[in-house]
Each structure stands twice: as C-alpha cells, then as structure tokens.
Design a protein around this ligand. Structure first.
Ligand SMILES: Cc1cc2nc3c(=O)[nH]c(=O)nc-3n(C[C@H](O)[C@H](O)[C@H](O)COP(=O)(O)OP(=O)(O)OC[C@H]3O[C@@H](n4cnc5c(N)ncnc54)[C@H](O)[C@@H]3O)c2cc1C
Ligand code: SF4
Length: 683
C-alpha cells in the first residue's frame, strides 16, 4: 500500500526508552551543553549544536515510559554516580526502594526429597540437620558474583520514569506509543527509522482512524530496544554484525511483585536460589528481593538453551513458588503484578559488532549483561554514555556518521569498565552448555566446575606453594625461591579468576538456543519419561507422581498426543500450592497487557503448516509451553480431524521468548500498534 508519510529530521534518534538510551540521551544533552558553552566563551572554535533545529529524540513502543521495562531489580549504582554529580543526586535522589542489607545463596532440593514415616532414623536426622523443614541449604561461602552489599533494590519501571523526567527537563523529545517498525537505509547507511502505522485492521486494510507511521531521519540511530530487539535483528542481519561472534543465547525471566505478611522478609534482604525446579541441564535460578512496606519482588530465570522440549518458564516459576522455602515467604500474601522478559546471557563473546554505518547498539540489544551477577542495568547505562560521547563528535561536523565515526563508540566501550567487567567473565556461561563423561555429568555441574576452575587451580597452587615452602624452611631441599615463585603464580591465578568465568583462557563457543532443543522420543525426552518436565508438582494433593504420570500417559495416547501433552491453562483451583500458583491467563491479567484486537497479529509465523505436521511430531509444539502468556494454542480443526495453531496475540507480554526458542525459526516478533503490550507500572 503506497501512502504519504510525514518526515522528521533529528540529530540523534534513540529507539526504546530503557536505562541504556535514557542514560545516553542525558549524557548527550550534558555533552552538548558543555560544548556549546565552550563555543560561546570562545574557548573552542566552531558552531554550536542547535538541538532546537535537530532535536535529540527517544521513541518508545509502550503507552507510557517505563511500561515495558522489566528487571529484578538489584542495582549496581556505579553508572548513576558517573552520569550524575553527587550534588545532583543529593537534591534529586533516584527512586531506589532500599539498600541491600543481607545476601544469601540458597540451594533448593526437590520438595519430594523428604523422609517418610517409614524412613530410618539416620535418614530423618540427616535431613533435619542438612535440608530441614524448607528442604533447602544456604551456601556456606557466597561466590563474589552474588555479593550485593552497596547495591540498591528498586523498580526499574520507576527508575526509568525518573530518568525520563530528567531527560525531558534537559530538552530531549520523548515519544511514547511510537514503535520503531523498520530501518531506513540509503546507500548502505542507516539514516533513521520508520515508525509503525496505526489503524490497520486484522486483514491489513486501513481503518477510519488510519495514521501512517513517520519517517524519522537521523544522523545517528541508537538501538536500545532491550533483548532481541526487532530492529536490532534487522541491523545485525543486514550488516552481518554477528559474523565473528558466538551465538547470542537468552533466558526468560518471569517475575511477580507481592504484598506479603509483615515479617515474611526484611527490606533489603537478597536471596538467590539455585537447584529446584530446574533440571541439571537447564541453567538459571531464582531471586527474592525484600522491599519496603512488606513487598517482595521475586522471579525465576530459566535458560532457553535447555534441551527440554516441554520447557515452560512460567510453569517452572510456579513450581518454584510452591517450594516450601519460597512458599513460606508468600504464604498469606497476594500478587500485585506479573511480567516476563528475555535476558541475553551469552556474555562478551556473543556481543555482535555493535556498530554499522549510521547506527549503534546499546544495552541488552548489544548483549551487555553480566549473567554471573544477573546484572545489566549499569552496563546498559554505561553503553548509552559511551554512545553519547561518540555522538557528540558526530554532531560537531556535517559529515555523515559513517562506520569510522560509529566505530568510535566501540572504542569507548573497549576503554571502559563495561568491557573489563564482561571480559572477566567471558567464558562463564559457555561452560553450562557442556556435559562430561558421556552426559553423565550435566551442564549445571560442568559449568560450575569450569567457572570455579580458576579458584580451584589457585587453591591447589597455593597448597603446593606452602608444602614447598615448608620443605625449604625445614632444610629438606633448597626450594624456598621455588616456593615463592609458586605462591606468586597462585596469587596471579587467584586474582585473575576472582570474578569466576575467566578460565579457561581462549574463547569457548556457544550453540544457539533453538539448536539445543531435543526432539521428543529422542535423547531421553520421550513422552514416557517426561515426569520431571511434564507433570511436576502440578498435581492435586494426595496424588502420587507415578499415578499422575499414568493418568497423563493414558490421556495422551495417539498420534496427536504431543500437541496435547500438557494442560497449559490448568485452572488455578486445581493447583496445590497455598494459592501462590497462577495459570497463564491470570498472570496475563496481572501484567496489564492489552492490544487493539482488530490489527494484524504481531507474531509473524511464516509457515503455519509446519506447526501441525513436523513440529507436532518432532517437538510436540513447544510454543504452547515456552510462551509465558498463553499466546500459542494448538486447537482442533476440521471437526477434530486435524489441529492448527491459534494465536491469542492480545495476551502477549513482549518477552520475545518465541522469537528466540522456536525450533524452526519461523516466528518473528514485530512491534504491534503503538501503546499495545504490558503495563509494568511499579513492577
Ligand atoms: C527478570 C529480570 C530480572 C533482572 N534483574 C536484574 C537486576 O536485578 N539487576 C540488573 O542490573 N539487571 C537485571 N536484569 C537485566 C536488566 O533489566 C537489563 O539488562 C536492562 O533493563 C537493559 O536495559 P536496556 O535499556 O538495554 O533495555 P530495556 O530495559 O529492555 O528497555 C528497552 C525499551 O525499548 C522499548 N522498545 C523495544 N523495541 C522497541 C521498538 N522497536 N520501538 C520502540 N521502543 C522499543 C521497550 O518497550 C523498552 O521500554 C534483569 C532482567 C530481567 C528480565
Ligand atoms: S507471544 Fe512470544 S513475545 Fe509474546 S508473550 Fe508469548 S513468547 Fe513472549
């Protein structure tokens, strides 16, 4: 359809209003102000930068700024102190909720690991003094990546709103309900973004309220769309930016905010959990952050490179909430909000070349997340600031922002603490994709061993150094200098490996998430042995796992069985968990997600025939499980003779899990009409 579009000309266009772009826009306005002052005072020669003529703009797809960001959030404040002066922060304190007051890493055992009345007294005693009533155990030593003293807890939604106000006061134009729908590329140079059309019906025809999107032309386009950005995907593909990088891999973080009974958790209390309910080949863990006013922010991060075809991050989250350790915190409370979002986990080696002619990638769009700490906010902000410093140089001249100019951004990143932090943990995540001894040792164990290998090597060397020193001191051999040498090496290895994950040296490779999903009936994931994934902890009280599995197998016989393997919308009242568990539709309600129903689906499935043929047989239609908002449903067609895919797109919470994990890579997430999607106010 040929339509006439409005055009706008801006200096720098930031896409997405997250911490990355907001920090970038604020820093850029400060840079411009300082530069213009120097021009006016005669300290520098040249022309002042006129932001009235070529504004600095941020476009955001959500209805309000902050509506569609989601985080824990336990925040490393380093970037705040770099972006703002202490004086400014004293006068305008960021809306952090509370400082971190305590830290713990708790390993959860399956709730079924409990002695029965027939168990021996030694078993009962052992259980009592190790796991105890809550079937959990605190790690005796807190790994450095889990230490959060000095950090703050808060809601990213509120922080982003606060940053947006500051940016607007400095003169940045912020446009909510403006999704970036396409890149404008001319002669191999990105020259801006086309925003999404409004008022198109579900058949693709213009309605009475039709408004064509605007072409926003910019000297520099900064993509800060968060994880798996739709324009970012186009840019990476068009300019082959990932040619030299490892595959990017993702997890899905499912989170809720709860009001709990007084005393259930202390403000500032930080608990991370490992173990249950994730199996040995699924990376991830839980977070529980105690907030003021008896609120708790909690979530489970589930890696999407899990081989389990029935992986269901929402269900795992609900199983986790029913574990006695988590359940006792939530007992008697009520859910306030729900959300889900992907997190890029690959680390430094998965970062694509983050620049192209006319465009750069910041924050999660570039993959700047330190997953060993579950932190990306400070890195996103720092990348935005590096972008702003490079953008100032581009705005000073009339020359186009060619690749040489945008490369300056990458040099800024390489010279900053952002690079140092990610470089220190460059091989952390890859280890968790490895298994040992013909798969007998699963990925979670292999990864932990590799991540701690530097530590262990340092410990062994230290021990060897001490023994050698003792031999020298006792005069058994003249080895005191050798002992000194070994101890220095131990010190070097120890300090180099402190952050965990810098070893082994060199670059470990990574497989893409969708490539790792096992086909059903292959490699131990047959329907007959899916007990741990298919019906775990979801059963009614009093029904044993074996009986539940038998019921499940009986109900799922026949050629279409995999498509019906799980009741993904189990109603809440059939769930045994003190009421803390929720079905997906109720969760969507708590996400506040809404979309105009009469518009084309924003989940583009290029070949839906695959869904009821190959995908049913090979993978059991995993989209029904991995989507945390029940968007994908396989329903009966032709009077029950066939099955077909039904897209409940208005449920979508924009997490992008489907874009990442669909095994055939035939699903593409594109932005819906502006303003549609979740509303994570306060989350
Ligand atoms: C469950 C969970 C827990 C986390 N916990 C922590 C934590 O405790 N501490 C921490 O530091 N980090 C944490 N992170 C990671 C952290 O939240 C991210 O690294 C950070 O938010 C990235 O910031 P960003 O600006 O790059 O992107 P985002 O915060 O994702 O913001 C991107 C913005 O762009 C908008 N957008 C996307 N596409 C378009 C488009 N085409 N057009 C217009 N707008 C668009 C989105 O709506 C959004 O508002 C967590 C993440 C999750 C999911
Ligand atoms: S449809 Fe895709 S992006 Fe939307 S909620 Fe489901 S998995 Fe997430």
């Amino acid at each position: 359809m040929e339509v006439e579009r409005d055009e706008m000309e801006v200096g720098v266009l930031f896409v997405g209003a997250g911490p990355a772009t907001l920090a970038g826009a604020i820093r850029l306005m400060d840079n411009i102000e300082a530069y213009n002052e120097k021009i006016e005072s005669g300290e520098l020669e040249g022309e002042a930068i006129d932001v009235e003529e070529t504004p600095i703009m941020i476009i955001e797809k959500g209805a309000e700024i902050g509506d569609q960001v989601l985080s824990g959030a336990c925040i490393d404040t380093k970037a705040f102190f770099e972006l703002f002066t202490e004086e400014f922060l004293d006068e305008n304190p960021p809306p952090f909720n509370t400082p971190v007051t305590s830290d713990a890493l708790t390993v959860l055992a399956p709730p079924t690991w409990k002695p029965t009345k027939d168990s021996g007294s030694l078993t009962k005693l052992l259980h009592k003094f190790t796991l105890g009533a809550s079937n959990s155990i605190d790690a005796p030593i807190l790994p450095p990546t889990f230490q959060n003293h000095g950090n703050y807890l808060g809601s990213l939604n509120e922080i982003v709103k606060w940053m947006a106000e500051i940016a607007e006061e400095k003169g940045v134009m912020i446009m909510p309900e403006f999704p970036g729908a396409d890149l404008l590329i001319e002669d191999g140079q990105v020259v801006g973004v086309r925003t999404g059309d409004k008022g198109i019906d579900k058949h693709g025809n213009p309605k009475g309220n039709f408004e064509p999107g605007t072409d926003i032309r910019a000297k520099l386009t900064v993509l800060g769309e968060g994880a798996r950005g739709s324009l970012t995907k186009l840019l990476i593909k068009k300019f082959k930016l990932d040619a030299e990088a490892n595959h990017q891999i993702y997890s899905t973080g499912v989170k809720e905010l709860w009001n709990v009974k007084p005393g259930s958790i202390q403000p500032g209390q930080v608990i991370h959990t490992a173990g249950y309910p994730l199996d040995g080949n699924t990376f991830g863990g839980g977070f529980i952050y105690g907030l003021n006013d008896n609120q708790v922010s909690l979530g489970l991060v589930t890696a999407l490179d899990s081989p389990d075809p029935y992986l269901d991050p929402h269900r795992k989250f609900n199983e986790w909430k029913a574990h006695p350790f988590v359940n006792k915190i939530l007992d008697g409370g009520e859910v306030v909000k729900y959300g889900a979002k992907t997190i890029p986990e690959g680390g430094w080696f998965s970062v694509p070349k983050p620049y192209a002619p006319g465009a750069i990638l910041v924050g999660d769009s570039a993959g700047f997340v330190n997953i060993s700490r579950l932190k990306g906010i400070h890195l996103a902000m720092k990348s935005g600031m590096c972008a702003a410093d490079a953008a100032l140089e581009m705005l000073k001249t009339d020359a186009p922002a060619n690749e040489e100019a945008t490369a300056a951004y990458y040099h800024n990143v390489l010279g900053s603490w952002l690079f140092k932090e990610l470089w220190d943990v460059r091989n952390f995540r890859q280890g968790f994709q490895r298994t040992m001894f013909f798969d007998k040792i699963p990925g979670m164990v292999t990864g932990s061993i590799l991540a701690g290998s530097g530590f262990m090597a340092a410990g062994l060397l230290f021990g060897l150094g001490l023994v050698t020193l003792l031999l020298g001191v006792l005069g058994v051999a003249n080895v005191v200098p050798l002992a000194g040498f070994i101890l220095v090496i131990a010190l070097f290895v120890g300090s180099a490996s402190l952050p965990l994950g810098s070893f082994p040296l060199g670059r470990m490779t990574m497989q893409a998430d969708h490539e790792r999903i096992k086909k059903i009936n292959i490699g131990g994931w047959s329907r007959e042995s899916t007990e741990q994934t298919a019906v775990p902890q979801w059963r009614e009280p009093g029904i044993s796992a074996a009986a539940d599995q038998a019921k499940f197998n009986e109900a799922n016989k026949g050629p279409l069985a995999p498509a019906r393997a799980l009741d993904v919308n189990a109603p809440a009242d059939s769930i045994n968990s003190n009421g803390v568990q929720m079905d997906k539709v109720t969760s969507v309600y708590h996400s506040g997600s809404t979309h105009e129903e009469d518009q084309p689906a924003h989940l583009v499935v290029v070949n839906q025939d695959i869904c009821h043929t190959r995908c049913t047989e090979e993978y059991g239609n995993p989209c029904q499980y991995f989507c945390p908002a029940s968007v994908y449903e396989m329903v009966d067609a032709d009077g029950g003779k066939n099955r077909q895919l039904q897209l409940n797109f208005s449920n979508c919470v924009h997490c992008k899990t489907c874009d990442v994990r669909d095994p055939y890579q035939i699903i593409t997430w594109v932005p819906p009409e502006g303003g549609g999607g979740p509303s994570y106010s306060g989350l």
